[in-house]
Design a binder for this molecule. Structure first.
Ligand code: URA
Length: 212
């Protein structure tokens, strides 16, 4: 797995406000969108393209356009939904599939409770959105799910990661025949005993949408 930390002062600045406990939900949602748009720029560096012939007002030329099949963006419900708008702003022609994964707060294991995805993902590049890579369970399960349906290139986009989560993801994806890239805003210090990233930003879903 290729891990890419998007080092940029604007990303660090927005992340700092996102982490701040005084930041309210509307601001948190706006910052998340802005951050994802910046991360999406990095994450789509290897998006597949094909030549595209056009005429400018001056002469014919050949540029490029996104290849078909178009990329699939998959937010992991619920917190990944907060990242969708920022991602499709850069990739407006992408299709969107949904995957509902939740972790059991006692065992910290991920379970699938919803799925709205094309059955056949053969030859598809997929962008999985999940703000927090904590234990790695949800992301590993989501990636495996997409690969089982034929996806052949996966990029996971996260706001924050715990080192333990990256290691666990690497272990769980060992032997996978499909290239996986992880693009993140920062790698934090550690996971605490409750599975929260430290210093982190708390529960991303709650901060986006409130405690329900
Ligand atoms: N999920 C979150 O929302 N926050 C964490 O710190 C870890 C997992």
């Amino acid at each position: 797995m290729r891990v890419q930390v998007a080092n940029h002062p604007l990303i660090a600045h927005k992340l700092t406000y996102l982490r701040d406990e005084r930041t309210d939900s509307p601001t948190f949602r706006r910052l998340t969108e802005e951050l994802v748009t910046l991360l999406a720029y990095e994450a789509t560096r290897s998006v597949r393209v094909e030549p595209f012939a056009i005429n400018t007002p001056v002469s014919p030329t050949t540029g490029i356009k996104l290849s078909t099949p178009k990329p699939l963006v998959v937010p992991i419900l619920r917190a990944g939904l907060g990242m969708l708008e920022g991602m499709v702003r850069l990739l407006p022609s992408a299709e969107v599939g949904f995957l509902g994964m939740q972790r059991n707060e006692e065992t910290l294991e991920a379970i699938t409770y919803a799925n709205r995805l094309p059955d056949d993902l053969s030859g598809r590049q997929c962008y999985v959105l999940d703000p927090m890579l904590a234990t790695g369970g949800t992301l590993a399960m989501s990636i495996q799910y997409l690969v089982n349906r034929g996806a052949d290139d996966i990029t996971a986009v996260t706001l924050l990661c715990a080192p333990e989560g990256i290691e666990a993801l690497e272990d769980q994806l060992e032997g996978l025949h499909v290239p996986v890239t992880l693009v993140t805003g920062a790698i934090d210090e550690r996971l605490n005993e409750k599975g929260y990233i430290v210093p982190g930003l708390g529960d991303a879903g709650d901060r986006l949408y409130g405690v329900v």
